[in-house]
Ligand binder design. Structure first.
Ligand code: HEC
Length: 150
């Protein structure tokens, strides 16, 4: 046995194994990108306002308190499904109005309750944000978050 496991056999196993797993890794990466673009997100409805809303989200660092699809801080509610929580699937206009009114009326000042700052966003920024949150709620997260409260 010992004499059959030569140096070149070891080298071939090393190179062969490395190549095999490298190719597997590249194939899985390509598949993930393909899946993200064609299945889990709705790229066709990714409008300018959704992109602008994401920039408003980033400029104001909402992620410092909130999580979005599980990523972010756990000080404030998950917002990946806030659109669904506000009934956006049944009544889109009602959910838009309610979300904007919520953001405009912060901080609530209710004692003992965590507070969200007032960001003084313009109507356009608020609408873009809602478009972004609405679009995000349609990402196929395979069941995340596990309940409506996030
Ligand atoms: C300093 C922390 C903080 C930051 C930054 C912050 N929020 Fe909040 N947000 C909160 C807290 C706390 C609540 C829950 C308050 C409550 O329930 O009274 C909340 C609640 C919300 C809600 C309602 C959630 C629900 O389920 O009712 C929305 C929508 C929201 N935030 C949007 C945003 C957006 C958009 C931004 C960025 C522009 C942002 N927040 C930035 C702290 C923050």
């Amino acid at each position: 046995m010992a004499e059959r496991f030569t140096k070149s056999a070891a080298r071939n196993i090393f190179y062969g194994g490395s190549l095999f797993f490298f190719v597997t890794f590249v194939a899985l990466t390509i598949h993930s990108h393909y899946y993200i673009r064609t299945t889990s997100t709705d790229e066709a409805t990714l409008s300018d306002s959704v992109a602008r809303g994401k920039h408003v989200w980033e400029r104001n660092a909402c992620i410092n308190c909130h999580s979005l699809l599980g990523e972010g801080a756990y000080f404030a509610p998950e917002l990946g499904n806030v659109w669904v929580r506000y009934g956006g699937r049944e009544d889109a206009e009602g959910a838009r109005t309610a979300l904007i009114a919520w953001m405009q009326s912060q901080p609530s000042g209710v004692e003992g309750r965590r507070q969200m700052p007032q960001f003084n966003l313009t109507d356009a920024e608020l609408n873009d944000l809602v478009d972004f949150l609405e679009w995000t709620s349609r990402i196929d997260t395979q069941g995340w978050p596990p309940n409506q409260a996030g």
